[in-house]
Write a protein that binds this ligand. Sequence first.
Ligand code: FES
Ligand SMILES: [Fe+2]
Length: 403
Amino acid sequence: MAKTNDSIFSPQNYTKTLAPIDEAHPLPLNVYTSPEWYEREIETIFLKTWLVATREEEIPNPGDYVRLDVIGEPLIILRDREGVVRAVSAACRHRGSELVQGKGNCKKLVCPYHAWTYSLTGELLAAPSMADAKGFDKSQHNLPTVRAETWAGFVFINFDPAAKPLLDSLGGLPDRFRQYRMEDMKVTKKWENRFNANWKIWVENSREGYHVRTVHRGTLNAYYPGAKVEKFSSEGVPGVYEVNTSDNENGLYVPRNKTLPFIDGLSDDDQECTHFLIFYPHLLLNLPPDRITFHQYFPEGPEWTRIVTWCCFPQSTIDREDFEKEAEDKYYPPMELFIEEDKGICELVQRGIVGRLARPGRFSPSEEKTVHEFAAYVLDHVIGSPSEDPLSGQESVGQSAAE
Ligand code: FES
Ligand SMILES: [Fe+2]
């Protein structure tokens, strides 16, 4: 079976993936390695939907900024003088120099190269020695902007000027998780990792609890003795968000010897549970009853993914005298190990699937419902709805049929 790309976008290659879960096959493996497929994902998913850029508390004051690369685009996320969160290109409109690095505070964006100067809304204010440039019009050289909107303390950006407003795109999420008051939380720790694996492998791994009893066995035994590791239950609006829920007895997110308080006002059910949520495609948010943790993943080519993991606690918890010590002793170490374990297994998958003999197998209907739904989400964006294709439903002739 040659892994050629000539038919990679043909819907009939994916009918087996889109079958009901008890008959469905995982995605054909070339979608995890093909540059052509990857480019189409960037175009149809990442350039069209709301992506998490940062948290509001990273830029609390007017003039605060952070420099981020999002799917290869150098951006500055900042708070302007009126307190509005904005995203502007970090490339100077003269000869392209990166305008700022890292994070900081400024009144204006001044290019380090020849001092072209921009307002915090991206307007070109000054361009030295340009008086004799014929027809040069400053107003034609403002920094391009990207939409930026906020929810629950998260700053999202969207490259698509025609996209629905963020709040209209979130489905039932704001209502469902309002009581966690995420807007009042503050980031206390961040980790950055680069994985040699396709971004979808990371998302798929995050969607199921099937791997917990094996991949995380060491962590479970060390940090959560007696954990039962039951199946996750799932709910949500496919293609908007999914929630996997496990009870705390599963032991994944609330330390056994917990000392930090739960969030005030949670329902009895939410106090018993950790919710693992994806808001497609870019926010992987975990909600135990005492804090939030979340992952941003930045695809960097078909076989690399950069992941930034954040941990945020309520301000009232951070204010406790014992907070730092407790967090360092009990809350951060298991997270660090989970990330290591998940990184390791994702890279093993990538190393396996590149082989000529590799083939997709089958889904476990009881364990991988949300992985199956994620595959449908990707296919819906990259190749469109199969019902629009007159060939859909016919016998597959592509890679997935050649097993
Ligand atoms: S590149 Fe920015 S001023 Fe020249
Ligand atoms: Fe995991």
